[in-house]
Design a protein around this ligand. Sequence first.
Ligand SMILES: Nc1ncnc2c1ncn2[C@@H]1O[C@H](COP(=O)(O)OP(=O)(O)OP(=O)(O)O)[C@@H](O)[C@H]1O
Length: 306
Amino acid sequence: MTTLSDKKPLPPGTKLVGKWNGKSYHLERLLGLGANGQVYLALAGGRSVCAVKIGLEAAELQGEANILASLNILEKQRRPFLLDVDDAVLDGKDVPFYVMRYIPGSPVKDHLRANGSHWFGVIGYRLLERLAALHEAGWVFGDIKSDNVLVTDYGQVELVDYGGMTAKGRSIRQFTEIYDRGYWSAGTRIADPAYDWFAVAILWLHCFDGKRLTQLSRTLIPQNRHPRELMKLVRSNPRLKPMEAWMDKAFAGRFLDSRDACANWRETIRETHSAKAKASQVPAWMAGLFAASIVLCATAAVWLFH
Ligand SMILES: Nc1ncnc2c1ncn2[C@@H]1O[C@H](COP(=O)(O)OP(=O)(O)OP(=O)(O)O)[C@@H](O)[C@H]1O
């Protein structure tokens, strides 16, 4: 019997037939199990690949679908993300679902682990660009975390789970504690672009220093949770230390706007790269000394064997 319980995934091959739009979806495998529902890789009409989110809470799912529908309208130049919204009958019960474009990527933390941490410069820039576009359209993403930032094999960055997306000025709809600036006494939970910048800075700490970040959140009493504690981690991490100035601004919400956050990111990455390139260059005096020693050796060899 096929039932939708909050934790148990539906078996592969389950067919959902939309009650209102009549479209059918074959569930292939579970992509993610979250607090608000289950996301499956599916085949629409038996052919095209898509992602289906089945909700346990109809109102919550409808809220997400409404946000995605307005995003489709706002971002006409992008391929639509929301493809269908409907109900299906499973085991005699109405189950609400919506269908999205499938993003063939992995969470940013996994991507960096598999492909190398040097990717984080370009991924970070693309993520900030995506956020800047949302901010300019009047939205704040809200629930930035590794699972919701998918990176494709070609390094494209896509956001998933728009359940936290909130209009500027409203209370953040959905967030993850450790990424939340309210939790770290760094500001309110009122949606503004700085809310997302803060979460992006936490994302890099989570990717490169996850253990110490978790440890910090477990051991600090609430009164002592503060960005200065996060900055101590940044300064003592060789990967993040070069990004110190950017991270500090992101924690304090001190960029002019999201384009400024992007430009600052690019500049910091560029400076880090040129500093590394300089450090790896062999100084001229050392190269000269090396050349002279070769000449000396060659002369000695000729003299010995003559
Ligand atoms: N369009 C998509 N394409 C590919 N994978 C997706 C897509 N949408 C969601 N996923 C995967 O499914 C996971 C769970 O989806 P989602 O975050 O929407 O559920 P949720 O119930 O809101 O979860 P959470 O409790 O983490 O907020 C995501 O973290 C992501 O890995």
